[in-house]
Design a protein around this ligand. Structure first.
Ligand code: NAD
Length: 386
């Protein structure tokens, strides 16, 4: 993987097009393949328009040269000369496995095959290949040209030498790579689950309404968006499905249990902003819900969700999902949290954080609220996590 490597992108949707742009701007020749010719045409036109606009704004000087480096094909054979393939097609294991098995027949033996999957096992995608040692996860965030974080995920079969090479390449592309173990949700989609899940639980129990929970997390917590606004923004077809996949992949650990409130929205087709209605109603003239700005209630909500988030990050560290530095980078740069959760834990105090979790555990007697053994250990004498 060098600057001369031809990069192949499979799937020309939101992520594929974004990653193609990043690779081409970084100087690579890029081939974009999609089995849907209409999607391919749309992506080609949008990419050209985006690059010309960036040039008009003075953010690029060589848009035309970048466009010339990109080609688009509906024929898999078009990927034959690529040295790195990044797959960004529909999030279905059977479809991804079939595409990996096919593309492996087309490319050279030393071509690296990466998947942008959000929540599937990289190891099981790799298993579809004759040579699984060349398969890894490269998980970009949406929109790929703007979000710096990339999770680099070795499958258990991946040749270890490829990981520093992939990290270097991502840095050359101006990205911030972190290494994540091949476990459900990797770093961000695992550690962020309580931001949604605990907010939904608070709503389900009638402790506060969604506008109040959103207010608590933005005004008192410093998050850019409250959980309900964010879920509506991501879309329940994406956010709910990731939660459900992570829950199933963790053998139904109650920590990741989805909520009926969100499932019903999906069933109703109330997907969020994109469909005009989700938790909130985005129709013109619709009533805007006002939060109850009760500081005592707001603090309870914020501390409950924060304690659950911190516990998730600490447990990911405990289980060697990633290093402490990568865990904090992932949450600040992948989902723009105001602070890394391990740093937040140290500032709040491991003892305080444990006290909050134990309070919830004693109230509910649910495994969902069990503290990570690492948090419990460090809380003795209020020691820092790292
Ligand atoms: N959207 C996000 O926020 C996001 C973020 C990170 C990762 N991802 C992951 O990236 C992948 C793509 O997501 P997206 O949002 O870009 O999807 P998308 O629906 O926008 O695009 C998918 C594209 O893949 C094409 N496609 C589907 N099956 C194909 C096949 N068998 N062969 C060739 N092309 C095929 C479709 O025609 C479509 O153009 C998924 O694995 C998703 O989980 C998405």
């Amino acid at each position: 993987m060098t600057p001369n490597t031809i990069v192949g992108i499979i799937g020309s949707g939101a992520m594929g097009a974004g990653i193609a742009q990043v690779a081409a701007v970084a100087g690579h020749s890029v081939v974009v393949y999609d089995n849907n010719a209409a999607a391919l045409d749309k992506a080609a036109a949008n990419l050209k328009a985006t690059l010309m606009k960036l040039q008009e704004k003075g953010k690029l000087t060589d848009a035309e040269a970048i466009i010339k480096r990109m080609s688009f094909t509906a024929d898999l054979q078009g990927l034959a000369a690529c040295g790195l393939i990044i797959e960004a097609i529909v999030e279905r294991l059977d479809v991804k496995k079939s595409v990996f098995a096919q593309v492996e027949q087309v490319v050279a033996n030393d071509c690296v095959l990466a998947t942008n999957t959000s929540s599937l096992s990289v190891t099981s995608i790799a298993a579809a290949c004759t040579d699984p040692s060349r398969v890894m996860g490269l998980h970009f965030f949406n929109p790929a040209p703007l979000m710096a974080l990339v999770e680099v995920i070795p499958a258990i079969q991946t040749n270890a030498d490829l990981i520093p090479q992939a990290k270097d390449l991502m840095q050359q592309w101006g990205k911030l790579p972190v290494i994540a173990k091949d476990t459900p949700g990797f770093i961000v989609n695992r550690v962020a689950r309580p931001f949604y899940g605990e907010a939904l639980r608070i709503l389900d129990e009638g402790i506060a309404d969604m506008a109040t929970i959103d207010w608590a997390m933005t005004e008192l917590g410093g998050f850019r968006m409250g959980p309900f606004t964010l879920m509506d923004y991501i879309g329940h077809d994406v956010n709910y499905v990731v939660t459900e996949t992570v829950f199933q992949s963790f053998f139904y650990d109650p920590r990741y249990k989805p909520s009926f409130a969100q499932k019903r929205l999906l069933e109703a087709g109330w997907l969020g902003r994109k469909s005009g209605r989700g938790f909130y109603n985005y129709a013109q003239g619709a009533e805007i819900l006002a939060p109850t700005k009760d500081e005592v209630l707001g603090k309870q909500i914020f501390e409950r969700i924060l304690a659950m988030l911190i516990n998730e990050a600490v447990d990911a560290l405990h289980l060697n999902v990633a290093t402490a530095a990568d865990l904090d980078t992932a949450m600040t740069r992948g989902v723009n949290y105001p602070k890394g959760l391990l740093q937040w834990c140290n500032e709040w105090g491991t003892a305080q954080c444990l006290e909050k979790l134990d309070e919830l555990y004693h109230l509910y007697h649910e495994d969902r609220y069990r503290a990570s053994p690492l948090l419990r250990k460090q809380a003795i004498g209020n020691k820092k996590i790292v």
